[in-house]
Design a protein around this ligand. Structure first.
Ligand code: NAD
Length: 359
């Protein structure tokens, strides 16, 4: 049997002994890496791999020598996001919804792992199409987890800081109680659907032995993020570069913690190869707070723009009732304990890098 040392890319949630199509068995590798493991040439599947975060993850996996299968319906993503690796011989692409793809069960059963990122994403999309949000987020996750149950394929699922809801805690920890707003405000449909996905993933772990890890992502930003569905940083950058006003919703004093997508992908990959992360919920984000007003000013400065800021009341910004959170800051102790890593780039650095990467 050929052996190699686990590197930054290698490893993963420990594969079950009865995984199908395993050309050679995988040995569990620890968070620090450096363990011996056998070569495992099975594919890593990435749902939503043509999206913003997914495309960065796919690039990292390919660069690390993994074979990658992307399933994406390009509803909010685009194949252009993978332009840099389209011709890569280890990349396969399927254009389909996850649940609508007839090859799903076989592909998942034969995969080394699934990163399940496909979801209805974006505040404006969620507020304007709550039915689509709920159905997509429940149906596709159920399909992935059912397929993963066949051979107990490891699944890494991207949840969201939205599940912390309206809590006014200074930072959010994975074991916190959650306080979601009422169903009459459609924006909460995203949080509720992702939270139910978390319950389902943990139930499949407990009842069927599917190795799952749940990552709650906090405001991930970076190149290729679309502003179309209400993401704040790409909207600000586009306005600043066009010399148009930056539209700040509410009074702009609400804070956010921005995490560069490279740090997010690094965190996801480290969790993937951390056996202790199986069955866990883990925050991924940066814990430096900036107000939306400060963020707008940083963007204007980094872009060398003469744009002004314009305050827009929430009622005018969104068609239906909307509630924004005053702050949303992750407790990163669990991520750090499990992976030995915490996101590095602070807000100013993130803004500088994203502005520089945006044409
Ligand atoms: N960007 C963030 O700050 C953030 C924060 C919290 C959670 N997340 C989560 O991270 C994941 C990726 O988000 P993103 O920001 O890259 O958004 P994105 O919209 O760029 O990516 C989602 C991808 O999933 C695809 N998709 C949607 N529905 C699908 C379906 N039914 N079948 C197949 N593909 C489908 C889209 O075409 C897109 O490529 C999502 O699960 C999201 O909930 C993101």
């Amino acid at each position: 049997m050929k052996m190699r040392f686990a590197d930054a890319s290698a490893g993963g949630l420990p594969a079950p002994p009865d995984s199908r199509n395993s050309e050679q068995p995988t040995l569990a590798s620890g968070p620090g890496g450096g363990h011996l493991r056998s070569v495992d040439t099975r594919r890593v599947m990435v749902t939503g791999g043509a999206g913003f975060i997914g495309s960065h993850l796919v690039e990292r996996l390919l660069a690390a020598g993994e074979r990658v299968l992307v399933v994406d319906d390009v509803s909010t993503g685009a194949w252009a996001n993978l332009a840099g690796v389209t011709a890569h011989p280890a990349l396969e692409r399927i254009e389909s919804t996850v649940s609508g793809w007839s090859g799903l069960e076989e592909a998942v059963a034969g995969a080394k792992a699934v990163f399940h990122l496909a979801a209805a994403v974006g505040v404006e999309l969620v507020v304007s199409a709550p039915r689509r949000t709920i159905q997509t987020n429940l149906r596709e996750t159920e399909a992935v987890l059912d397929a993963a149950s066949v051979a107990r394929t490891p699944v890494a699922f991207t949840s969201t800081s939205e599940v912390y809801g309206k809590s006014d805690k200074p930072w959010f920890s994975e074991e916190d109680d959650l306080l979601i707003g009422p169903p009459t405000l459609s924006r909460w449909s995203y949080a509720c659907s992702k939270l139910l996905d978390e319950f389902l993933a943990l139930a499949c772990h407990g009842e069927r032995g599917v190795p799952v890890v749940i990552a709650r992502l906090f405001n991930i930003v970076g190149p290729r993020q679309s502003g179309r569905h209400g993401m704040v940083l790409p909207r600000f950058i586009a306005a600043a570069k066009a010399g148009e006003p930056l539209r700040v919703f509410g009074d702009g004093r609400q804070t956010r913690c921005l995490c560069h997508v490279d740090d997010c992908v690094e965190s996801l990959l480290r969790l993937w190869r951390c056996p202790e992360a199986v069955g866990q919920i883990v925050n991924i984000g940066h814990d430096e707070e900036v107000s939306i007003l400060e963020l707008a000013e940083m963007v204007v400065e980094a872009a060398g723009s003469a744009s002004l800021l314009e305050r827009i009341p929430y009622a005018a910004a969104y068609s239906q009732g909307f509630q924004d959170m005053p702050r949303r800051r992750p407790d990163l102790r669990k991520l750090e304990r499990l992976t030995g890593f915490r996101p590095q780039a602070n807000a100013r650095e993130v803004v500088r890098r994203v502005v520089a990467a945006t044409v």
